[in-house]
Write a protein that binds this ligand. Structure first.
Ligand code: SF4
Length: 93
């Protein structure tokens, strides 16, 4: 995976977080691991599949785990973050 790919992923995640009122993981190391995983999946498999979930290998079934996956909203609501710790709930001020 290229550094460019990782940076594109970072930009996309940042924009999505902003739109939804989330924040990205403030731990840079953890954040980079997830962004790299997403960029690698995009490069290898043609879609940014969640790096923290198992793909079935069936593109139709795996659509639900393309980031942002169908689970993230509920996870963020319930646990304060998505499974990969990419998106976090904004702390109320
Ligand atoms: S768990 Fe987080 S990083 Fe993984 S696909 Fe869902 S939103 Fe993206």
């Amino acid at each position: 995976m290229t550094e460019e790919g990782v940076e594109e992923m970072r930009t996309k995640a940042r924009e999505y977080a902003k739109k939804k009122g989330y924040v990205l993981n403030v731990n840079d190391k953890q954040l980079s691991v997830v962004l790299r995983g997403l960029a690698r999946n995009l490069e290898r498999f043609g879609a940014a599949y969640c790096p923290c979930r198992l793909r079935s290998g069936d593109p139709e079934k795996d659509k639900i785990i393309i980031c942002p996956c169908i689970y993230h909203e509920e996870e963020i609501e319930e646990q304060g973050m998505c499974h990969c710790r990419l998106f976090f709930k904004k702390k109320s001020e």
